[in-house]
Design a protein around this ligand. Sequence first.
Ligand SMILES: [Zn+2]
Length: 279
Amino acid sequence: MSLSTIDRLMPELPEVETVRRGLAPHLFGQKIHKVLVRQYSLRWPIPDDFCEVLKGQTFQEIDRRGKYLLMHLTHGTLIAHLGMSGSFRLCDSDIPFKKHDHVIITLDNQTLRYHDPRRFGSLHWTTDQPLTHALLAKLGPEPLCDSFTAQYLFEMLNRRKKAVKSCLMDHHLVVGVGNIYAAEALFKAGVRPDRSACTVTPEEAKKLHTHIRYLLKRAIDQGGTTLRDFVNADDQPGYFQQTLAVYGRASDPCRVCNTRLESMIIGQRSSVFCPKCQQ
Ligand SMILES: [Zn+2]
């Protein structure tokens, strides 16, 4: 599987938010009658008592932190990460399981199924405040929240020497900016992805901040248009499609200046950029 194929399949923040919005109204108030784990070995093993603990509880709200879904139940929170290929779907109980349907949660009228061919996703149960969970406690701010400001981004970049693109994708600095959004925001801001983060000026940081937020918002808005497809899907979630300026377009002409786009590897991820538009 090529790098770009993996990126396209991998759920990013907008897809996870789309999943959250799609599932929340359907799950709210639904009681868990039975849990069947067909594969305990995900990125982290599902605990042995998972089925017993969840049984009898009722779904409340669903929140999101970074790419984690926080599914609040009566007595605690189910923390779910979709990894590289995970998806949830709601379907009738009598529909046969698919090969990679690892967890089956029987509700009042339907079943919620967790499907994950590559098994990099995870399901955790906690009765504590979920934001203090070891997986979540050290995450940076949400890119669409007020705490993520241009000034904050500038200060964070200013004290780091590694490539600016790697910093944007560092979840300790800000969550949810994956390879696609980092590449696109850097193009829009006119910043070469391999520049040392500390060379980014306040003006450039402001542009990066604006474009990161704009790209994520737009992606969430587009995801929102496919919610119905997502919930009803029996296979692929309804991920949005959008026109990308540089991502996946190595050797193609720049949409702005027609220069041939170049590609390099930064932090083991392919990074496409325009040598003319990005300085
Ligand atoms: Zn260009």
